[in-house]
Ligand binder design. Structure first.
Ligand SMILES: [Ca+2]
Ligand SMILES: [Ca+2]
Ligand SMILES: [Ca+2]
Ligand SMILES: [Ca+2]
Length: 286
């Protein structure tokens, strides 16, 4: 009975802890397959994935260098990273004037939302002092310094918006002269795999059909198994059917939708199910 009540008490503590966290963060992209050494965390409220290392470059950079770094990032095959966006105008900011929306409490910006809502920060206080349990999931948060965001300042083109983790403020600064840190973020859940084929949605060339080999013989970003659009008009119709018919019983790679090595009834069946529809959907084609 004693053991049972201890287990019961532990469960209540865990439940309270997760209830207090403002946003649930889900570990993704483990460095070890199946492991818990997550390299990024998905925020399901904002639908954003943040890199676990908040200072992966280990240096401050100009605005353009910071953007270039994020755009070139590849984590376990996942590309398409960027710096966070700053919302303008943003009614949640404590200062609104001709310069725009800035100062404290700008939760419309992605870093402001991270600071206040995800990490539990407080205006005017370093994130290292006031935060919730989510803070400990990340490493190297520059808690007394600033990060570049992707957003340029509309008023003066040579400036872009930064966010300061030491105070929870955002301001525009000169893109070239000022050096700040970079923290990469990605739209959506980079670990989602709707068809469970081991290829995550954002890089799966047929997100709804299992195709681990990702065969795409015409290299248009739609895998063959969901691409009976042979003439690339973005609709599967009579001209595509005519092409498949002309290739029937041949080894034409494009009309071989299922990769069986031959163009036959299996490929025709795929074309039929997609008739009058678009190719895809593909994570590689917006
Ligand atoms: Ca998939
Ligand atoms: Ca697939
Ligand atoms: Ca294709
Ligand atoms: Ca075939």
């Amino acid at each position: 009975m004693a053991i049972k009540s201890i287990i019961g008490a532990t469960c209540i503590c865990l439940a309270v802890a997760s209830f207090n966290a403002s946003a649930a963060l889900i570990g993704v992209l483990p460095a070890t397959p199946g492991g818990t050494d997550y390299q990024a965390y998905y925020d399901d409220a904002a639908d954003l994935t943040w890199l676990a290392n908040a200072n992966a470059v280990a240096d401050q950079m100009s605005w353009s260098a910071a953007n270039d770094w994020a755009a070139s990032l590849n984590v376990e095959g996942v590309t398409g990273w960027r710096l966070a966006d700053t919302l303008q105008l943003d009614a949640s900011c404590d200062i609104q004037d001709a310069s725009g929306s800035y100062g404290y409490n700008c939760t419309g910006s992605e870093m402001g939302n991270l600071f206040y809502n995800v990490l539990g920060g407080s205006a005017g206080i370093s994130i290292s002092i006031v935060h919730n349990a989510n803070y400990d999931l990340f490493s190297n948060i520059q808690d007394d310094d600033s990060y570049w965001t992707a957003t340029e300042w509309e008023l003066i083109e040579s400036n872009a918006w930064m966010f300061n983790m030491g105070s929870g403020t955002q301001h525009p600064f000169n893109k070239k002269d000022v050096l700040y840190y970079a923290w990469a973020v990605h739209d959506g859940d980079v670990s989602a795999d709707a068809d469970d084929d081991g290829v995550v949605d954002i890089i799966d060339n047929c997100t709804l059909v299992p195709n681990p080999a990702q065969r795409d013989t015409d290299s248009d970003g739609f895998g063959n198994i969901c691409d009976p659009d042979f003439d690339n008009t973005l609709v599967v119709n009579a001209s595509d059917l005519a092409y498949l018919k002309s290739m029937f019983f041949t080894t034409d790679p494009h009309a071989d939708l299922d990769g069986s090595g031959f163009v036959n009834a299996g490929d025709l069946a795929i074309l039929k199910t997609m008739f009058f529809g678009p190719p895809g959907p593909s994570g590689l084609v917006p």
